[in-house]
Write a protein that binds this ligand. Sequence first.
Ligand SMILES: [Zn+2]
Length: 1014
Amino acid sequence: MAGFRVFLVVFTVCVVCVLVECKYMVYNTSQGIVPGKINVHLVPHTHDDVGWLKTVDQYYVGSNNSIQGACVQNVLDSLIPALLADKNRKFVYVEQAFFQRWWRQQSEAVKKIAQMLVTSGQLELINGGWCMHDEAATHYIDMIDQTTLGHKFIKEQFNVTPRIGWQIDPFGHSAVQAYLLGAEVGFDALFFGRIDYQDRAKRRDDKKLEVIWQGSKSHGSSSQIFAGAFYAGNYEPPTGFYFEVNDDSPVVQDDINLFDYNVQERVNDFVAAAFSQANVTRSNHVMWTMGTDFKYQYAETWFRNMDKLIHYVNQDGRVNALYSTPSLYTDTKHALNESWPLKTDDYFPYADRINAYWTGYFTSRPAIKGYVRMMSGYYLAARQLEFFRGRSKSGPTTDSLADALAIAQHHDAVTGTEKQHVANDYAKRLSIGYKESEGVVAASLGCLTQSSPSSGCKRPVNFNQCPLLNISYCPASEIDLSPGKKLVVLVYNSLGWKRTGVVRIPVINDNITVKDSTGKLITSQLLPIVNASITMRKFYTSAYMGESPSTTPMYWLAFTAVVPPLGFNTYVISSGKTTASTSIKPTSYVFGGSQTRAIEIGPGNLKLIYSGDDGKLTQYTNSRNLVNISLEQSYIYYAGDDGHKDLQASGAYIFRPNGTFPIQSEGKIPLTVFRGPLFDEVHQMINSWIYQITRVYKEKEHAEIEFVVGPIPIDDGIGKEIVTQIKTKIENNKMFYTDSNGRDFLERIRDYRADWDLQVNQPIAGNYYPINLGTYIKDKNTELSILVDRSVGGSSITDGEVEIMLHRRLLHDDGRGVAEALNETVCVHDTCSGLTVQGKYYLRLDPLGEGSKWRRSFGQEIYSPFLLAFTEQDDKWMNFPRPTFSAMDPSYTIPDNVAIITLQELEDGSVLLRLAHLYEVGEDKDLSVTATVELKRVFPNKKINKVKETSLSANQERAEMERKRLSWKVEGSNAKQETISKGGPVDPVKLVVELAPMEIRTFIIDFNSNLVQY
Ligand SMILES: [Zn+2]
């Protein structure tokens, strides 16, 4: 049958050849660069979102196509023959979460072909992280981790290191992306599509779309990168040059035997588009991004048309067209040896047109943002514990959490700009990853408490953890201690410093005592679990676990834990029959009505004063540093615009307020105060859907504000964006500071951009910036700092004030593709209500110049909270063989200005270590100095064989990266002397690492194969 068909085809072709001239057309696609002409670099690419309208797996296999016809498997499958068909064709692929899915399924033969295509440069893997991470709602540690994961895969399978940053779709671009995730991973250039429309217009006029970006004040020119913003504000081909099978651009029809021959028109269109782009671009080289979302599902149709265009355009000769890649384009620009304009700071916020600021997504889906951050800190700790016990070859491992977290950094994941079912998919992946890592953590702690180095781990203790502790749900601690049981709480500290902090767990008994690991009674404090918390606990355990717990804890038990660096301490809780118990029962009283006395809160140096008239916060005083300032805190909401004026509603991406409304308490604010030896708590029911607890600790000089916001009412038909405002008399003169991905602080000036004359049309939304670590304002005396527990948006809209957006619930889609209103609901059975969000922020005032110590060191504590684990023992149990532990030399601690941001055992037994200096140049008078870390004392039980310093993503030796890195000339910088300090090489005998301000250094450490157990 098959033979007959071949015969028939051959016969038919022969007949056709007799009727008209038969001509197999060979297109000349071999053209290189032609000096003196406009060279159009055609860069074939696809943009594959790691989840957005469909889940990552649905996009990969091509299911759920009624939502979006997209199948990444088709892209990669069809790419291989298309590239093999002509060695001049090129393609760049980006998202390794997809690529590794495909790779796993390929035969050895196909893998060999793909490896050959990568080696030859026809297929280039660029950017190379698991996803194209967002740049506003991501923390730098997550950005590093997800990039490392992708780069590791690429290195192992292809032995190459990506050269190009390709952040084409994220909604604004961060300084940390440019210098840290750009230059420090060894990229030679960074390209992107989305910058503010006003900025883009100016840059086009001035031919300044391509710049040298110095994203770091501390690193200056040493971490600069060539950065190109695309001229049309997107990452698509010029209009009329889309060639997917169902696109409506005219294909190049060059067969004279067929109707509609159009070669000359298409060449003319091409030349016109090339000239138009060349008019706004420096030099004779322009790049065309030939592809967009999920294109190349049948790759041949794109290449067929580009083959023809290259052939006929070059025959025409007015411009020169060639297959290219961003690497070739970058090398070409570099070879010109020209000077480029300088760009500092960042590209936030982003508006794509008037009244359309993409600043809503800084807060969208605050619960998933909180979950991502919580998992990020947990992953850091879990990898440490995995290493201390020894990575298991057979599992469980922390790898599935790594994968889930990497996917969650995508620019439609942690951003909150995905459809609801996709948000659920990200949460599910995180939960699965958490579960496996929880096993790793439990096993490691179970061993570490038991064993001395020689005895191995024969009878590990069974530890439980409480991921829902935030909603006061912790079955492991909610045990009845009265029949003589003991509850052991293990507190793990993943920081490289000794740390003191208050631990809170729900308990059911009231007569209980807490002893430390030496058996000494320590001060503890009991507080009632308030009704608001119990209601939330019941509702959310039912929603997430399908059942509500049978018992209800009565109290929070709080005590102070003191924990060594990279180690743990244990505390024993048991029932104490006598009242000699140091637990303090709550003393609560309610203010309001005739109360007129001011109310002072705080058992330590810091006092908050509340008005006796209305219960509002009025004053902040610190008796140690003598800061004494009037302070107000309140809630407002912005009504989300419904888009009726100009079709621009407030939505998942866009913040478009339509009016500011104070949130008034319903009647007088009942102020309930719980005082104790460790901290005081102020409870305020702001209204029926905002509950707030303010804590002032004896040993800390900041206020902790826990908020419970939701369900946000929408029965008036108006979406609402909930904001907390802190008001002071600080004269900040329009200036405020927000962090870049939790790292550098950038100066912001209200209604102002350094790069162009800002036309202010959205005085609130256009002044919002992403916040991952915190924000502060200052005047000549005082600075006010706010730190956050997740990514949020915030600003200083009037002088003296700082605001952060905590939650948003909106009723209209904002027209950027997601096609859903951001109206998160939670259902129990058939009853659904708006999502309630619980979180914390932290507030502190300091004399001018003294705030950064708290922002940096406490900021690190927020990122890496204590990890708690619980086990139950009987009455006779006394202690673990090892009740406290530190992986480090007991007399050693990492300096105050350095954090261990990665400590991870790799598959081959070597260890990935990243150390980060936490301060910028000039940020703090004591701590903005070079720090040293003694590796021998970090790993006292191991013999270090070799320390290799690598690029940030650990895929090449640092020296090799430095050697290869392109250096660029900056316009107008007439050899001005810069002093940039960097840590020197690590002496292989002394093994001391130096870190200059803001420096992050990455090492792969080989230990002696006779591993000594911790
Ligand atoms: Zn995208």
